[in-house]
Design a binder for this molecule. Structure first.
Ligand code: SAM
Length: 334
């Protein structure tokens, strides 16, 4: 392959004037955990839905080189289930040319693989935790893996990644009540602890009704604890972030339900089955698979045409998230 030209451009602009520069790419629906909020009936996978490396490369080149996207997140399902993950990352860095590559993982297999992933080009990891109690972890995440995940977080810090974020989905019965324990655990660690409001998912209405809780009371508590809001960085994600002096810990809140941030949304998603999803809360998608064999320009062209229909999202917040026969968050690429 010829030496790739550098990534230029500032992404796409949608009908609401939002600059789209961030691709969240689901690379598998497989997962080694069985989280209560992801457990949509029938949404299991043997990996047959996965796009091969060559197709992922075509998508990467389309988004980075043709459309000017400059941030990529690999997610799923559990991206570490793919043994070719380092090759995928390398292709996204060297051939697609993404300047920023992040990974969202449950962290269970991270300790033994994070150095190779960092060497391949991963700069940031988001590790999902949800609870610090082994019993609650087993109940919510469906496996006895808390110690492995904590080791994964330490290994990510030791690997010198630019950013390590720890995602806690706020569940009334678990993370919400453990808020002070999380702050005590995070104190002194150079991480960002991010509390994420539970989103409604098709097929999990009862769970959502029981467990959804607003992040607002926690924000009040953190302000009382001496944390102050931080300036958001250019190209920042949806989290509102707080820090206190003398502590590298940052605490973020992603209040997607109680404080939607649609007007700042800079992302598009491609699901593990190759569907372009214009809005997490929107129900529509465009199947990119028929265009992959035609190469990056054909894919880029479909995306350019699709975003003309991108809605503002506000209308659908609070309605259950769904896509492609309701395969839960793993089918979307959370
Ligand atoms: N397997 C990886 C992991 O566990 O982080 C990546 C995929 S997972 C679907 C991505 C993120 O979405 C995780 O942080 C998970 O906790 C979050 N998530 C899944 N379902 C959610 C929901 N209904 N509401 C909010 N976050 C959710």
């Amino acid at each position: 392959m010829a030496e790739p030209e550098p990534v230029v451009g500032s992404g796409l602009v949608d009908p609401q004037g939002r600059h789209l520069t961030y691709l969240r790419l689901g690379i598998t629906e497989r997962c080694d955990l069985h989280c209560a909020y992801c457990n949509v009936a029938g949404a299991t996978s043997d990996g047959r839905e996965e796009l091969p490396l060559a197709d992922l490369r075509t998508l990467g080149v389309a988004f980075a080189r043709r459309l000017g996207f400059h941030k990529l997140r690999l997610t799923g399902g559990e991206p570490l289930m793919r043994s070719d993950l380092p090759e995928i990352v390398r292709a996204m860095r060297d051939e697609a040319g993404f300047p920023r590559i992040a990974l969202t993982t449950n962290g269970r297999l991270l300790a033994r693989r994070v150095r190779a992933l960092a060497a391949a080009g991963v700069q940031q990891v988001n590790i999902s935790l949800d609870t610090l109690c082994a019993g609650a972890y087993r109940e919510v995440r469906g496996a006895d893996a808390l110690d492995d995940v904590l080791r994964g977080i330490d290994a990510a810090l030791a690997a010198g990644l630019a950013r390590v974020k720890v995602n806690v989905v706020l569940l009334r019965s678990v993370g919400f009540s453990e808020f002070d324990s999380f702050l005590a655990w995070g104190a002194g660690r150079p991480i960002e602890l991010r509390f994420i409001e539970l989103m409604p998912i098709d097929g999990l209405d009862e769970f959502h009704r029981r467990e959804h809780v607003s992040s607002e009371p926690l924000i009040d508590r953190i302000l009382d604890g001496g944390f102050v809001p931080q300036e958001s960085e250019p190209d920042a994600g949806p989290a509102v972030v707080y820090a206190r002096s003398g502590d590298p810990l940052r605490v973020g809140f992603v209040s997607a339900i109680t404080k939607p941030f649609c007007e700042r949304c800079n992302r598009l998603r491609v699901t593990p089955r190759g569907a372009l999803k214009l809005c997490l809360f929107g129900r529509g998608f465009v199947d990119l698979r028929p265009f992959l064999a035609q190469g990056p320009e054909a894919v880029a062209d479909v995306v350019r045409r699709a975003i003309v229909d991108r809605e503002d999202g506000f209308r659908s917040i609070g309605r259950p998230v769904g896509c492609e026969a309701d395969r839960g968050m793993r089918g979307i690429g959370g």
